[in-house]
Design a protein around this ligand. Structure first.
Ligand code: BES
Ligand code: ZN
Length: 878
């Protein structure tokens, strides 16, 4: 059946409502099956002859309905695979009543990372063992037990597990009672609060744990692989502090008595916020002091902070339907930064937020194939695709914009009233705006609905006129699109605008809301040469387009760093985005890049600059005349900062310098800087023979440098390194670096390696997308993907990871032919669940092609002149 012929999706009928589940599960870790029983206490609200529940790939052994005080009636059961439901039909209507619905069932513990599944690991004695674990978000609880698998249908749960006597067994709540039955244990867990099915969780396996108690008495445990409990220390410290941080921030208590954080060897997402039992990829939880990078540690703090934020935002108050997923994900992404910032001020998270979220959100939302934050979900297969940068990063960015607009006090007050009003219930975007509007007495609804109801964001075009000692600034708005031609789009936003001036570039001089197409603002007491900058601190989710004279007025404040980092970064990123869209010439962007490189030393700004180097480098894979000159140019602009930072960490240096060093060396390797590659090879040699172990922070760039000219024997060694690496992070790094190999034969081998048993299924998709780094790698990856498309669908269909793969591969093309070919390939393939990502990826590919055809001649000419100037300068210095 084609996607169009499918029956329109309908939510479950509301005639019967579950109130409580008694759920028993017994996993068989030898035969990879499970048995289960559930008794669901329901309320029949309207007379009906049918009860419809969700069930998928379950073998329903017996089903009966017992009205309170009545006699059990067996039901006829029809399974609807398409709808993922089981319909129970009764001969006579069931009248409104209370009753119990009983199911006994069995299923398989697949290795597909969804539902109730198995994950493999090796015990310290070298034995292959399995964990049985659940991952239900978004719609996979139905693969474990029959249920009303919708976020708004909440109930309480009494969960019990029958497990081998020597395994750890966990669920959302603490154990209430335990009974030994021969070689097995029956564990009954305390009753959960009323909650959504997607948050129910169980884990059965071998683990060690470490524990602590928060200052408000909540038990926190981190479960690690056996023998590695030390690696849970960092996450434990973060969780123990973060939980009461949120309790204080929201003034709403964490409602469960405990929280467990568990590292799962095979896990599709990074982490999952199951209430009281958060599950993680090992990569996102475990810290090995000798082998974990500073960057990874920071990411772990974020992941812990993010999942704990969901305990309130998502678990206590849940989105009414997946359309409002952003309420969960956008919000958690926003507050994770607040708590990490509180705990680790040296991370400068509030600055990093702009590169991590604002810019990422703006990039995606500039595409025509973006979507509104509130997105209609027409079929469950579309849900996975919206765990994307719009829900997370645009969502988080507009909350940051709002937080500034109404201030922290009103924000907190509003959050508290939102959480209290909807606790143990569900909410929609409107409910959040209502609470924040009340607390702030500002037009939150009116302003914010323009950001959540439609896709895209505005481009604010600025022009100015000096009149005596006043400046008349004209601001106008129009939807910004990565392909420039948005002439007929009538979208208007209510845009909170802030301005700063040369008098004090660190402070807002003006704040107002631009609500129409154009507005004139007069700035008094300003000299002719002074600048007015729009979007102070890059708090607004929009792009600003200044005439080049205004940018030039700001240059002295950029080079002297009187303008704060986020403003410097905003200017740079806006200019490059305008270049990318064809509003400005590429040479303007390159000139600005040169200016920044001369003076800049802020990590966040540099990270942005490096991301544009990477983007251009990848673009020039399709423009030979630009490729080598660009690499030479990029090397020259990286020189100064790289000399400042050197290779070795200085004692007590800042966190940000440590991050920056790794990024700059990585950029130099990417630009094939001979000196850097040579040094990397020397250091790799010393690392390999054990004379001097490479610090974790330098390993990725060093591996990349060394792998560039890998031959067959080095490849063998790389595979061995991967095999012998114990820490997941190290394996990740090694496979990540493989994409830098140049030899096509080895890249091909790397693709096979990605699909082999050496690489866990959770990582395959990542390894493959790394291989698409170079043009050669991209072509090979594309050929591989198309050849094995059905296999990819079979292996990863329905798992969120595949959406990432199609996007990451298709968006690297920079030719219309390649995009057309890809379009043609997907035209007759079943692609539900990845459709939007294919469209976004191919849109980017066509934009890349357009950018090149527009500017490549100009870029090549400019680069050759610039390189001559650089050479001249060097000779003059001698
Ligand atoms: N709820 C998600 C996990 C998830 C993602 C489930 C996709 C189903 C599909 C979780 O809260 C999350 O957002 N995890 C992030 C990590 C976070 C630090 C951004 C992830 O998995 O990458
Ligand atoms: Zn999340």
């Amino acid at each position: 059946m084609s996607d169009n012929e499918k029956k329109p999706f309908e939510r479950l009928p509301k005639t019967v409502k579950p109130e409580h589940y008694v759920l028993y599960l017994k996993p068989d870790l030898n035969n990879f099956t499970f048995d289960g029983e559930t008794e669901i206490h329901v309320k029949v609200l309207t007379a009906t002859t049918e009860i419809v529940v969700n069930a998928m790939e379950l073998n329903l052994k017996s089903v009966a309905f017992t009205p309170k005080g009545g006699i059990a009636t067996p039901a006829k059961v029809t399974l609807c695979v398409e709808e993922e439901t089981a319909i129970l039909s009764f001969a006579t209507p069931i009248e409104p009543c209370l009753g119990k619905l009983f199911f006994s069932f069995s299923g398989e513990l697949h290795d597909n990372m969804r539902g109730f599944y198995r994950s493999k690991y090796t015990s310290p004695s070298g034995e292959a063992r399995h964990v049985a674990v659940t991952q239900f978000q978004a719609i996979d609880a139905r693969r474990c037990f029959p249920c009303w698998d919708e976020p708004a249908v909440k109930a309480t749960f009494d969960i019990s597990l029958c497990v081998p006597h020597d395994r750890v067994a966990l669920s959302n709540m603490p154990v209430a009672s335990e009974e030994v039955r021969g070689n097995e244990r029956l564990l009954k867990f305390e009753r959960t609060p009323i909650m959504s099915t997607y948050l129910v969780a169980v884990v059965v396996g071998d683990f060690d744990f470490i524990e602590d108690t928060t200052r408000d008495g909540i038990k926190v445990r981190v479960y690690t692989p056996v023998g590695k409990k030390e690696q849970g220390k960092f996450a434990l410290q973060v969780a123990t502090e973060v939980l009461p941080y949120y309790t204080d921030y929201f003034e709403v208590k964490y409602p469960l008595p405990k929280i467990d954080l568990v590292a799962i060897p095979d896990f599709a997402a990074g982490a999952m916020e199951n209430w009281g039992l958060v599950t993680y990829r090992e990569l996102c939880l475990l810290v090995d002091p000798d082998n974990t990078t500073t960057d990874r540690k920071q990411k772990i703090a974020h992941t812990v902070g993010h999942e704990l934020a969901h305990q309130w935002f998502g678990n206590l108050v849940t989105m009414e339907w997946w359309t409002h997923l952003w309420l969960n994900e956008g919000y958690a992404t926003f507050v994770e930064s607040m708590c990490v910032n509180d705990m680790f001020p040296e991370y400068e998270i509030l600055n990093q937020f702009v590169t991590k979220s604002v810019i990422v959100g703006l990039q995606d939302d500039a595409l025509r194939n973006s979507h509104a934050i509130e997105v209609p979900i027409c079929h469950p297969s579309e849900i996975d695709e919206i765990f994307d940068d719009i829900s997370y990063n645009k969502g988080a960015s507009i909350l940051r914009m709002l937080h500034k607009f109404i201030g922290d006090e009103a924000f907190r007050k509003g959050m508290k009233s939102y959480l209290t009003k909807h606790e143990y219930g569900n909410a929609e975007t409107e409910d959040l705006w209502a609470a924040l509007q009340d607390s702030s007495e500002k037009p939150v609804k009116e302003v914010m609905s323009t950001w959540t109801n439609k896709m895209g964001f505005p481009l604010i075009t600025v022009s100015s006129k000096q009149i005596g000692n006043s400046r008349e600034l004209t601001l106008s708005q129009k939807r910004f699109c990565a392909s420039a031609d948005m002439k007929d789009d009538p979208s208007m936003w209510m845009v909170p605008i802030s301005l700063s001036t040369s008098a004090d570039p660190t402070k807002d001089s003006h704040n107002f809301v631009l609500s129409g197409p154009t507005q004139i603002v007069t700035i008094d007491n300003i000299n002719d040469g002074d600048f007015v900058k729009v979007n102070t601190g890059t708090f607004g989710f929009y792009r600003t387009f200044y005439p080049i004279e205004i940018i030039n007025q700001m240059i002295p404040a950029i080079t002297s760093k009187q303008l704060p980092p986020l403003d410097r970064l905003g200017i740079l990123d806006d200019v490059f985005s305008l270049v990318q869209a064809g509003h400005m010439a590429s040479t303007e962007g390159l000139k600005l890049m040169s200016t920044y490189a001369e003076y800049e030393d802020d990590c966040t700004v540099w990270k942005n600059l490096c991301s544009w180097i990477t983007k251009l480098n990848s673009l020039f894979n399709y423009a030979d005349e630009c490729k080598m000159p660009f690499l030479a140019y990029a090397r020259s602009i990286l020189r100064k900062i790289s000399e400042k930072l050197g290779w070795d960490a200085i004692e007590n240096e800042s966190h940000m310098d440590t991050l920056l060093r790794a990024r700059i060396i990585e950029a130099l390797v990417e630009c094939e800087d001979e000196k850097t590659i040579k040094e990397a090879k020397t250091r790799f040699e010393a690392h390999r023979n054990g004379t001097k172990i490479l610090p974790a922070d330098l390993r990725l760039p060093v591996y990349r440098a060394v792998f560039i000219d890998a031959d067959a024997s080095l490849f063998e060694e790389i595979v061995k390194m991967h095999r012998s690496a114990d820490l997941h992070e190290e394996k990740h790094r090694i496979s990540f670096a493989m994409g830098y190999m140049k030899d096509p034969e080895l890249l091909q081998k790397a693709l096979d390696f990605a699909m082999s048993d050496d690489v866990r299924k959770q990582d395959t998709i990542y390894v493959i997308s790394f291989i698409a780094f170079s043009k050669e790698g991209l072509n090979l990856t594309w050929a591989y993907l198309t050849k094995h498309w059905q296999m990819f669908l079979d292996k990863f269909g329905g798992v969120w990871l595949i959406t990432m793969l199609v996007r990451k591969v298709t968006e690297k093309f920079a030719s219309v032919e390649a995009a057309d070919e890809a379009d043609k390939f997907f035209a007759d393939k079943p692609i539900s669940g990845v459709k939007r990502n294919i469209r976004m990826g191919l849109e980017t590919a066509r934009l890349n092609a357009a950018w090149l055809s527009r500017d490549r001649a100009m870029i090549a000419e400019w680069l050759s002149e610039e390189l001559a100037r650089i050479a001249n300068r060097a000779t003059n210095k001698m």
